[in-house]
Design a protein around this ligand. Structure first.
Ligand SMILES: [Zn+2]
Length: 420
């Protein structure tokens, strides 16, 4: 099988048509889309891709979580090389986050078909549901269901952003919560999982590189800090007598970048993304502040270390300011390593196709995170203009998406040959 024939078989017209059609579904009139999971818009986008899969001769089925799977060649059994992404979006999200991976996966299959290469194992295109977590506040919902790693206790209490219970959200599109566990699949069903995604950062664009070969997805820890002082009138009490919780919180916030820098690691991140001051009134000294802290790193141990450093420093600041300090870990998501042979295969494909590439980390989670529990995984990043994502300005030029599809098709074809 010649990779050159695959390069030629990837059709920019088909990619353009699929991307343009998807961009119209749930279009918000400002260049972005709103396709919350399990909404009519999400279901319409899914139906379009389902239809395109069928036109390309894939055997399509859906699971109990609303994921769509298309297989080719029909009738060929055994473990599959899967490729995919998602079609749900955040509110007023971009047109590229998710659809790029779905369209590239479908195009990779179409290109392989046209190149005349008959894979010895099946290829599978997967469209995952509720990747963003914007509806159910539970990211990777569909892929976690497939991996069998949804926490059943959480499901019972899960509600969407409007307070609608999960069971009713699913019923709205003809799915049932009782049957969710049927979406689970086994390791034996997969040879590998590959995902093309927009970078959502500006590294590739700044370095003028076409493809990012992802080596790992960072781990994430969410912490909640509660700083308690004393609410007080903003006037009568002298400054030195106050116990201003927001002032303490401010000191913690400015200290976090310093601690991150001290790790000396380019992979470390620390962010205070949420802040609630109480009573949040202009003429009252804030008595209590809650901070939401996000800590990331590619190594599990390093996240723990950094989270602990931030926690100690915050406690120290509060103690010196006469404030009470409480903190707890809300969520811990482990880092994911991409399979070495896949990282290598993506790099080799780029080289053979004369496409520039560089290795990089993913700072955000993706469906690949869940799929890593079922199969060896790999990710291919395409550039995001100005690094913008989750907004209507999100943009990736067509030629970059075409490049992603070529690398995906070449990598998939190469891997599937080696697997057998
Ligand atoms: Zn995404």
């Amino acid at each position: 099988m010649e990779r050159k024939s695959l390069t030629a078989a990837v059709s920019s017209e088909r990619i353009q048509q699929d991307m343009a059609t998807l961009a119209c579904i749930g279009a918000d009139g400002q260049g972005g889309v709103t396709r919350l999971a399990y909404s009519p818009e999400h279901w319409k986008a899914r139906a379009y891709i389902r239809d395109r899969m069928e036109s390309a001769g894939l055997q399509v089925r859906e699971d109990a979580a609303g994921n769509v799977m298309g297989r080719w060649p029909v009738g060929l059994t055994g473990p599959a090389l899967a490729m995919g992404s998602h079609l749900d979006s955040v509110p007023h999200g971009g047109r590229f986050d998710g659809p790029v991976g779905v369209v590239c996966a479908l195009e990779a299959v179409r290109a392989i078909q046209e190149s005349g290469f008959r894979p010895p194992s099946p290829l599978e295109v997967i469209v995952f549901a509720e990747e963003e977590g914007a509806r159910l506040n539970h990211p990777l919902f569909g892929s976690k269901a497939m991996a069998g790693i949804l926490d059943p206790r959480l499901l019972e209490q899960m509600k969407d952003r409007d307070g609608v219970p999960l069971a009713r959200v699913l019923e709205g599109v003809g799915l049932s919560q009782e049957r969710l566990s049927e979406a689970r699949r086994q390791r034996e069903e997969f040879l590998a999982y590959l995902e093309v995604h927009i970078e959502q950062g500006s590294v590739l664009e700044e370095r003028n590189v076409q493809i990012g070969v992802v080596t790992g997805i960072v781990g994430i820890t969410f912490m909640e800090m509660v700083i308690t002082g004393r609410a007080d009138h903003a006037g009568p009490n002298p400054m030195e007598r106050r116990k201003d919780a927001l002032l303490g919180a401010g000191r913690i916030i400015t200290e976090i970048p310093v601690l991150v820098a001290q790790t000396g690691s380019a992979a470390a991140r620390g962010t205070v993304g949420a802040i609630h001051a109480h009573p949040n009134t202009i003429n009252v000294v804030p008595g209590r502040v809650t901070l939401g802290v996000d800590v990331r790193h590619k190594e599990k141990e390093e996240i723990r270390k950094l989270a602990r450093l931030i926690d100690l420093k915050a406690g120290d600041i509060c103690q010196k300011s006469g404030l009470e300090f409480l903190s707890r870990v809300l969520t811990e998501i482990e880092p994911v390593a991409m399979a070495n042979n896949i990282v290598q295969a993506i790099g080799e494909t780029c080289e053979e196709m004369d496409i520039t590439c560089m290795q990089m980390l993913s700072g955000a989670g993706h469906d690949t995170t869940s799929m890593s529990t079922l199969a060896p995984v790999g990710m291919i990043f395409v550039p995001s203009v100005e690094g913008l994502s989750h907004c209507p300005e999100e943009f990736t030029p067509l030629e970059d998406i075409v490049c992603g599809a070529r690398v995906l098709a070449g990598t998939a074809a190469g891997l599937i040959n080696n697997f057998t």
